[in-house]
Design a protein around this ligand. Structure first.
Ligand code: NAD
Length: 261
């Protein structure tokens, strides 16, 4: 299947590792140019050189801290005037684990800034170029917690629900401009973040990391964690020309984790 994205430009947030990195690699494999966003400029430069060398595309490192509103404002100016992306991958880190109460103002503010306010502004900045071309793709990386709140990830569950509401509303507003907006929900994808969450759970429950990982994988119908590349393939399809009639959808890539229909 021709995905029709060769030569187009994708802005990928949270691209230095994990799911974001896998999406950037998969887009480049299809011939798309990528702008790679995360905090660590050095890591991004290495990754950009690697992707450009491997796939013969343009890969541009763009260090931004998405929890810093001033940095995001400057980044948005670059998006509008310089990057003008065809595709946008809204993705970042996740908040620390916690129950619903007793969370500091700092964690609520920083997490909301990074995961919601920045996503709103970055999306706004990406839209004019997409509207001008009459073609655009926006995919946000969410969490299974949007459908079924995950115990002890209260901040994530809360903010991601708001992001889902924003994206669904937006999808109807821009569908007539040839722009699709979708959300993809990871269940348990084997990344550094999942490793940190499993380690925290092992400590809380007084178990070894291996015990926690084995129990967690056994609970999944598919009996194993997903790989970032498996997630990326679905995201890239939704970012492609092939998914032209799919918008406003929430797609789970979770190995069957969520049991509801
Ligand atoms: P990860 O921690 O491995 O990677 C996160 C990426 O975001 C990295 O590139 C990191 O540098 C970047 N990032 C973090 N904070 C940032 C900031 N302030 N500014 C700019 N960039 C920043 O995470 P992952 O596992 O790849 O997950 C990606 C997203 O999906 C996260 O929001 C995570 O919470 C969510 N998620 C992941 C899983 C999973 O199974 N891995 C499950 C549910 C939800």
């Amino acid at each position: 299947m021709d995905l029709g994205i060769k030569g187009k430009t994708a802005l990928v947030l949270g691209a230095s590792q994990g799911i974001g990195r896998a999406i950037a690699e998969a887009l480049a494999e299809e011939g798309a140019n990528v702008v790679l966003v995360a905090r660590n400029g050095e890591a991004l430069e290495g990754l950009a050189a690697d992707i450009a060398g491997k796939h013969g595309v343009e890969a541009t490192p763009c260090p931004v801290d998405l929890s810093d509103p001033l940095a995001v404002t400057a980044f948005c100016t670059r998006i509008e005037n310089e990057f003008k992306p065809d595709m946008l991958v809204n993705n970042a880190g996740g908040p620390p684990p916690s129950p619903s109460t007793g969370v500091s103002d700092e964690v609520w503010h920083n997490s909301t800034q990074m995961m919601l306010f920045s996503i709103v502004r970055v999306t706004e900045a990406a839209l004019p170029a997409m509207k001008a071309r009459g073609w655009g793709r926006i995919v946000a990386v969410g969490s299974s917690g949007v459908v079924q709140p995950i115990p002890n990830l209260a901040v994530s569950n809360t903010i991601r629900g708001a992001v889902a509401g924003f994206l669904k509303t937006l999808s109807a507003e821009v569908a007539g401009n040839g722009i699709t907006v979708n959300m993809v929900l990871p269940g348990k994808i084997e990344t550094a973040r999942l490793g940190r969450l499993d380690s925290a759970r092992a400590e809380r429950e007084g178990k070894s990391l291996e015990e926690v990982r084995a129990a967690s994988q056994a609970e999944l119908p598919i009996k194993r964690y997903g790989q970032p590349e498996e997630f990326a393939k679905v995201a890239v399809f939704l970012l492609s020309d092939a998914a032209s009639y799919v918008t406003g959808q929430i797609t789970r890539v979770d190995g069957g984790l969520i049991r509801s229909i």
